[in-house]
Every structure is written in structure tokens, then in C-alpha cells.
Design a protein around this ligand. Sequence first.
Ligand code: NAI
Ligand code: F6P
Length: 382
Amino acid sequence: MKAVHFGAGNIGRGFIGLLLHDAGYEVVFADVNAELIDALAASDHYTVHEVGVGARDLVVDRYRAVNSQTDAAALAAELADADVLTTAVGPNILRFIAPHVLQALRDRSPDAPPLAVMACENAIDATSMLREETRHLAGPDEWLELERRAVFANTAVDRIVPGQPEGAGLDVTVETFSEWAIEEPPFGDAPPVIPGAHFVDRLGPYIERKLFTVNTGHASTAYFGFLAGHERIAEALADASVAERVERVLHETSALIVAKHGFGEGEMAEYREVILARFRNEGLPDTVERVGRQPLRKLSRRERFIAPAAELAERGLPVDALLAAVEAALGFDVPADPESVELQERLATDAAPTFVREVCGIEPGHPLHDRLVEVVGRRTAS
Ligand SMILES: NC(=O)C1=CN([C@@H]2O[C@H](COP(=O)(O)OP(=O)(O)OC[C@H]3O[C@@H](n4cnc5c(N)ncnc54)[C@H](O)[C@@H]3O)[C@@H](O)[C@H]2O)C=CC1
Ligand SMILES: O=P(O)(O)OC[C@H]1O[C@](O)(CO)[C@@H](O)[C@@H]1O
């Protein structure tokens, strides 16, 4: 069994690559980072170091590595007979993976079992996004033939993998917790066997609960923490004023998850506690700058702040804490993060309604619109 995994970064090596390896797959890492690919190609194993209760050191071996930018032939050869294709590259990068998926399907024997394609990104319906990009490249006639050669399944991935310390090499430090939920129905009665993952009938409730709790909570901690002058996430949450604002945000998003998906209030309270304890893990050298990275993506319509706030506003439920987190996100000024630089430039030039429409995707007339314009207007120059 072979899996080609795009993105040999933190989640790629520290989570998805590890679980595929443990499931018995020969893993082929594909990445555009030449230094990383060369290091992987020159090595025969790396170690995933867990930190937290019950931590273990886990060895990953039997992998190969291909530079997907410069070695198209080797990549195509690996993909042609792969069983599984996964990604952990970032949602904005999926469009660059689509040509490889298309090539893989063109080269695949029509008689081979379908390729299982699973995008493992922090985004709702990331695999569907990848499928749509691929379909678009193929055109309608060819797609009719090619789509039978793959199964596209959405997934939700949860494991905190911080930036790695200098000198760590290929080894990755991760938290002990991990969850990889995969929607089962697209596979019919033949889902791939990945013991570390779990298959669910409906992914929607899981991914929304995860994104609007783990990711909303983490990003809120990062933005409130950044403004309060903290460097690390654990340190930010030790600040009572940050923790209190994060908890208020999560009470709001939990109200949506309870109302929309039927999770119990008690169950959500426990879920929040587990998550906040994960963020407080002192063993994770996680920074507010990493967790707050790419603020424009995080402020977009289907993401962790605007999506729950919009739905709460539509239901007439409170959004004050979420709006406070949005305001904090607008103050994320990190010169090393290109999206943060663009954010600050837009705040200096855009009128608030323009920003709200173009960045947050909220149109006039939406119940969130006027309050969001007011919040953004406090940060814009005009
Ligand atoms: N780090 C974390 O704690 C978690 C991250 N995620 C998600 O996983 C995804 C990856 O995140 P990380 O691993 O943290 O990022 P990362 O930056 O460590 O890794 C991303 C990798 O993708 C590679 N890449 C970029 N463009 C590429 C391309 N065109 N083709 C092939 N590879 C390419 C980069 O070179 C890099 O090695 C993101 O969607 C993130 O939201 C999800 C859960 C947890
Ligand atoms: O690129 P993003 O969306 O910030 O993804 C990384 C986030 O995902 C998480 O691991 C949660 O699963 C957080 O640690 C981290 O903030």
C-alpha cells in the first residue's frame, strides 16, 4: 500500500505521515521545499516526540521524498499506482496541488481501485475544494471519465504541532492528543484502513465543532495574547484577562454548536475544558505568532470567526465576544507574516464597509454587517 502525502511540514510529518506509516503505508512525501525534501531523501527515519500525559517517541521510516516542483516525472510515477493521496499544505495552496491530482487520475489505470483523496487542512470541505479545482482543470468531458478513478473524502484534523525548534532536523514535537475524522460515505463499503483515524457518517458537525472551538479558541488566544504582549500561547492563557475573553468567545461558539448540531451543553463544556488544557500544555513551545498566522484567511467568510458570528447573528444570539476577538485580530501586526502586512495595509487604505465585504465576505443587510463595520471602523483610517 502506498500513500503520497503533499506537504512534509509539521502536520505532514508529525501527524498524517505518522498515521499513514503506522497503518502500514509506504509514505511518499511531496513538497516544494528543496532543503526539506533533500533531508528526507537522505534519511531513513525521523522521530515524532509527543509531549504531555502518556507521551511516547514514535519512529517513522520506510518513506521516500519527491520534490513536487522540480521532479514531475518522479512524482507522476509515484502517484500512478498510489492508493491514497493526502495533503497538509494550507487551504490556499490546494489549487497548486490540483494539477498533480489531475495527472495522477490521467495516469491511473481505469481498472485500478480508486485513489482515496483526502485534504487534511483546517478548512470546511477542503477535499471538495481540491476536487473542484481538479474538475475545473479537466473540463466536463474528461472529468466524466476521470472522476471514477478517485474517491474524494472530506476530513477534520486536530493535533497541535507547533513550529519546531532550531536544530530539530526532521524530528517533530507534537501534543499527545490527535483526531483525524474522515467522512465514510464516499468510500462505500471499502474505506481505507487507517487505525489512527476514525470514519464518520456526517463530518459537518465534527468539523464545525472542531474549527469553531479549537481553532476559534486558539486564534482568539493568539490575538488577545499578542495585543497583551505575550509571546507564547500557554503564557497568554495564564493571563486571566486573556483567558476570560477566550472563554467568553467559546461560550458563544458553543451556543451555536449546541443549537445547530445538537451536541449537549455539558458535552460542550467538557470539550472546551479539554481544549483549553491542551493550549496550556507548557511542553509545547507554541507562539502567538504561529497560531495567529495568516489573519486574512482567518477573517474570511467560512473561517473560525466570521462563520460562527454570522450564524449566531442570523439566529439572534450574542456575538460580542467574537467581535472582540475580530477586533483583536485586526491588531495582529507581524512584519514576518505577509498576510499580517497586507491586513495592516488594507486597514490603512480601505473603508470599513469595503473591508467587511471583501475580507470578511459579509454584505450589507446581513444581521452581522453593521456591527462588524463598527468594529472594523475603529481600526481603519477612513
Ligand atoms: N500545525 C498544526 O497544529 C495544525 C495544522 N493544520 C493544518 O495543516 C495544514 C498544514 O499546516 P502545517 O503543517 O502547520 O504547516 P507547515 O508550514 O509546517 O507545512 C506546510 C508544508 O506544505 C509545503 N508546501 C507549500 N506549498 C506546497 C506545494 N505547492 N506543494 C507541496 N507542498 C507545499 C510547505 O513547504 C510546508 O512544508 C494547514 O492547512 C493547517 O491549517 C491542522 C491542524 C493542526
Ligand atoms: O493554519 P492554521 O489554521 O492556523 O492551523 C493551525 C492550527 O490548527 C491547530 O492545530 C488546531 O488543530 C492549532 O494548533 C493551530 O492554531
